[in-house]
Design a binder for this molecule. Structure first.
Ligand code: FES
Length: 373
């Protein structure tokens, strides 16, 4: 390709588009010539239109579009009707387990088939052509634009949109459900999330008849202070039915046994709302394990630097400063779970989280306004 010199460009001769002797291909060629495009090779994909081979290819492409539409419809149907709410721990036999894979498979297949249909149409039905173009700047003359329109008409003709009504209908039938699949997930936003964002498995009123909820490990063992050595941490869950399952996705908590000196620093830094409820017990502190960026488990505890690290996008939280974010994309602190030890020596939460745990979407504030520093 070579750069084009505008000053050397001579005005092309006018072309009468209404001349019946002018073939569509000549208009197409003229349009390309005016854009300094030269056709090196042009050959219809099928020497004779309407052959069996062409019809077969049309059916294959049309089938891809129709199946694409079918999978998109299946996606929308699964999105609306497939059971997704967990009731206790789900096994692979429960339909909830397959909710996400079904959505992914149906939408993926639909997009794949539609793309394959478009590509096959281009590769197997459109004429084979090789073009070379000189590069130039500036706008086109009115005549050039008219010829460009005629060229587009020619392209429509090449694609066979007029003589391949089956393909056009199949493409539309495939694209319509795909469009629906693109907007259907917005429907989920219409649902009122209720107290789902603010009430977790640690809410005694809702889940334990008002009795403080104990901490348990994944296997159900209740947690006592002597189970966590100084500088150590464990993940704990509310000791209620299904407390350690996906039914309570925002409940996991990291129980950390701080060194004496670190606990003292944290007490000095405590946000007033945590100070008021006496959120720590001895040198123990409990933080939500759900990263406030997009919800990964924040479970890497660096005892030396007193940081909690989220492995997903490297957010870091300062354990001795209310788990405030100090690095990475997270913008809210990890909520602290107020807790103590009951008469029988087990850890219990004294309330639910004071601010919602989990990702910071909808700009949820990190703290009550009066506690903002
Ligand atoms: Fe934790 Fe992104 S989810 S940093």
């Amino acid at each position: 390709m070579s750069a084009h010199n505008d000053s050397a460009h001579t005005e092309p001769e006018s072309v009468d588009l209404s001349d019946p002797k002018l073939s569509r291909f000549e208009v197409y060629k003229e349009g390309l010539r005016r854009d300094d495009i030269e056709i090196i090779h042009y050959e219809p994909r099928f020497a004779k239109p309407g052959t069996k081979a062409e019809k077969r290819m049309e059916r294959i492409v049309g089938g891809m579009f129709l199946f694409s539409g079918l999978f998109a419809t299946a996606f929308v149907a699964a999105f609306i009707w497939w059971p997704w709410e967990y009731e206790g721990a789900a096994t692979w036999r429960d339909p909830q387990t397959w909710y996400t894979p079904v959505l992914g498979a149906t939408l993926g297949l639909s997009l794949l088939l539609f793309a394959a249909g478009v590509l096959t149409w281009a590769k197997k039905l459109l004429p084979i052509e090789e073009l070379v173009q000189d590069r130039h700047d500036g706008g086109s003359s009115t005549e050039d634009r008219r010829i460009a329109e005629a060229t587009v008409d020619g392209l429509v003709e090449d694609m066979g949109l007029r003589r391949r009504p089956f393909l056009v209908k199949a493409a539309l039938l495939g694209a319509a459900p795909l469009g629906l699949a693109a907007v259907a997930p917005l429907g989920a936003l219409l649902k009122d999330p209720g107290d789902m964002l603010t009430v977790t498995g640690w809410n005694a009123e809702k889940y334990n008849n008002g009795e403080p909820i104990r901490m348990m490990m994944r296997d159900g063992a209740l947690v006592r202070p002597d189970m966590v050595s100084v500088g150590g941490q464990i993940t704990v869950y509310p000791a209620i039915d299904h407390g350690a399952t996906n039914q309570f996705p925002t409940a996991p908590v990291l129980l950390i046994h701080l060194r004496e000196s670190d606990a003292a620093i944290l007490r000095e830094n405590l946000y007033p709302m945590y100070d008021e409820v006496d959120a720590l017990w001895g040198n123990f502190v409990a933080y939500s394990k759900i990263c406030t960026h997009v919800g990964c488990p924040t479970s890497l505890y660096e005892q030396q630097t007193q940081r909690l690290l989220c492995p997903c996008h490297q957010s870091q939280f300062n354990v001795v400063d209310n788990a405030a974010p100090i690095f990475g994309p997270a913008t809210r602190h990890l909520p602290m779970l107020p807790m103590t030890v009951d008469d029988e020596g087990f850890f219990v939460a004294t309330s639910d989280f004071l601010v919602p745990p989990g990702p910071a979407f909808w700009n949820r504030p990190s703290l009550p306004e009066e506690d903002e520093k």
